[in-house]
Design a protein around this ligand. Structure first.
Ligand code: ACO
Length: 381
């Protein structure tokens, strides 16, 4: 038996670090400058000034909507929030103990079957999916708490209606504003893992729903969208200001990663983290914010001291946790809420991928054995 490495091309860096896999006009991360741009607009221009619906239009269509376009989009989205009976039945069949991301992945897939969604991706299909994501998440959250789902209200915006469907009550204006800003901030982020996943699936000429279901699966992991609940767990474990130093020291001495820090592309502060920090300062209790901020400052100092070559900074997930908590969301709903936002970007990328599509099919470097001789099972040791 021989064992060789076969490759007729040079292997890309592990994790495709630094590899450009697509051209896109949707968004870009300027990692060294700490800039995020959606279709030409710096994120700071949009956050707090636009609604999620406006940003959906921007990502899907390439320009900010005028009033007529925005009114039409809002009307169409709000008219499509209700779930087909088959989808609601699927959610009702879910065990109450299910991870909300498993529910969202399954519910989104059921929408694809129920509507149905097939053929070449369209703007209408993108909208049909984005409109229903909050309803899937809220219906499951109600059912697992022993309550009936709350029907969507067409007179509320996307963020307000999501909160309304969770509680059955009209949410306070400051909660709506915080959540809407969060949804704007998270809507797209260049070639992140879940977007790449969605584009790979779309490139096979599969349907947009399949691509989005794949994106949900990729987002679920703690190295991507699963981090903010773990940030809250970390802050709970730290508990008090005098425990920040010993807790962080012990975690880093044990070679554990600190949730909410580090990023593949940003080598300086993530602009979304800066905006979310200020939102958290306004919306959290002073005690909680002091603990979070104290943890951030000490963690950054230690990460810079111990890993000075790595340029580790606060990422979007650290203060997402505080902001989503402050609007009343359970921490296990954070990743699904991230997906409620990111579905806008995923679907925009699928639509873009379909223009001049070419199958994404990279190669691998084979490092296994060669030349083995087959033996039937009866002759194997
Ligand atoms: N805490 C401690 N050390 C870290 C951290 C962290 N949060 N992030 C990176 N490092 C260190 C690694 O230990 C490694 O050090 P070493 O070279 O001495 O072994 C070095 O920095 C490089 O780390 P990688 O994991 O290779 O960096 P990569 O670019 O692959 O990872 C990632 C980026 C996954 C975000 C990473 O920083 C991480 O795991 N962070 C914690 C989880 C997290 O916050 N996830 C949310 C990401 S944001 C988002 O997806 C929306």
């Amino acid at each position: 038996m021989s064992s060789v490495t076969t490759s007729n091309t040079s292997a890309a860096p592990k994790g495709l670090d630094g590899v450009v896999v697509a051209s896109t006009a949707i968004s870009h991360v300027f990692g060294n400058e700490g800039r995020l741009v959606y279709r030409g607009y710096d994120i700071g221009q949009l956050a707090g000034k636009t609604t999620f619906e406006e940003v959906c239009f921007l990502l899907w269509k390439g320009h900010l909507p005028n009033q007529v376009e925005l009114d039409a989009l809002r009307a169409t989205m709000s008219a499509q929030r209700a779930l087909p009976d088959a989808v609601l039945a699927t959610i009702r069949a879910m065990p109450a103990s299910a991870d909300p991301m498993d529910n969202l992945r399954t519910g989104a897939s059921a929408i694809g079957a129920a509507l149905p969604i097939s053929g070449t991706a369209t703007f209408e299909q993108a909208l049909a999916l984005a409109a229903r994501f909050p309803t899937i998440v809220a219906a499951f959250d109600r059912l697992r708490k022993g309550k009936e789902p709350v029907a969507p209200r067409a007179d509320l915006g996307h963020a307000a209606n999501y909160l309304y469907m969770l509680t059955g009550e009209i949410p306070p204006e400051n909660h709506v504003k915080s959540l809407d800003t969060y949804l704007v901030l998270l809507a797209d982020h260049s070639m992140n893992a879940s977007t790449f996943t969605a584009r790979v699936i779309a490139s096979t000429e599969s349907d947009i729903c399949s691509a989005i279901v794949g994106g949900i699966g990729a987002l679920k992991g703690p190295l991507h969208g699963g981090a903010p609940a773990l940030v809250m767990d970390m802050l709970d474990a730290i508990g008090t200001a005098d425990n920040i130093k010993p807790w962080i020291d012990q975690a880093l001495d044990g070679h554990h990663k600190l949730m909410g820090f580090g990023h593949r592309v940003y080598k300086t502060t993530d602009p979304r983290a800066e905006i979310l920090r200020e939102m958290a300062r306004q919306s959290s209790t002073p005690e909680f914010f002091a603990l979070a901020h104290g943890t951030e400052e000490y963690a950054l100092a230690e990460l810079h001291r111990r890993k000075s070559d790595q340029k580790l900074y606060t990422n979007v997930e650290f203060y997402s946790a505080a902001v989503l908590s402050s609007v009343g969301l359970d921490r296990d709903l954070f990743p699904s809420t991230f997906a409620i936002s990111r579905v806008a970007g995923w679907t925009a990328h699928v639509l873009e991928q379909m223009v001049g599509n070419r199958l994404i099919r990279p190669q691998s470097e084979y490092v296994g054995p060669l030349g083995l001789t087959f033996a039937p099972v009866s002759e194997r040791a």
